[in-house]
Design a protein around this ligand. Structure first.
Ligand code: URA
Length: 175
């Protein structure tokens, strides 16, 4: 079950306009997991519809991955104040929803280290894990998890953009 409209499981409820639920195909074998809704997402109730979303859309198109063919979600469903990173207890409060969304997936792409650390339960260094297939038990058996750069990290960083595009190509190969 998704969070209900009045969810107060963590302090992020205090500043939110909307709870941002996943978009795309809930039954897809592939999921993309971002960090947290930003301003536009909070206003519109949909993940990745602001600036980072436009970067993601462009790179998905270049990788031959249709937005409607995958599930797109975030570690937390409510916008953190000032777009700060979600805290561990906030991600923990939202994790049951995330795990339910990811049930049955075969490939999960973590966009950025917040998503990676939430999914894999440990601290990581991007350079060490970037675009390598990892195995993780997300509660319903083993799933391939790949960690890559967050779209907002791609501005002025061509190597990050290349890595994200390549990871999206890998995601497309799981469809
Ligand atoms: N950044 C994210 O991590 N998620 C969104 O939905 C938007 C921006």
């Amino acid at each position: 079950m998704p969070p209900d409209e009045g969810c107060r499981r963590c302090r992020l409820c205090e500043g939110r306009t909307t709870i941002v639920l996943p978009s795309g195909d809930r039954r897809s074998p592939v999921a993309l997991v971002g960090e947290a809704p930003g301003e536009q997402e909070d206003l519109r109730g949909e993940p990745f519809v602001g600036r980072a979303g436009r970067t993601l859309d462009r790179l998905m198109a270049e990788a031959g991955l249709e937005r409607g063919a995958v599930l797109i979600t975030n570690t937390v469903k409510c916008r953190p104040p000032g777009n700060r990173r979600p805290k561990a207890d906030e991600m923990a409060a939202c994790r049951p929803f995330l795990l339910e969304e990811l049930a049955g997936k075969t490939f999960v792409l973590a966009l950025g280290l917040s998503a990676a650390e939430d999914l894999l339960g440990r601290r990581m260094v991007m350079k060490e894990v970037c675009n390598r297939p990892l195995q993780a038990d997300l509660g319903q058996g083993t799933v391939t998890v790949m960690v890559t750069y967050h779209p907002s990290a791609c501005v002025y960083r061509p190597f990050a953009k290349d890595a994200l595009r390549e990871a999206l190509r890998t995601a497309a190969s799981y469809l």
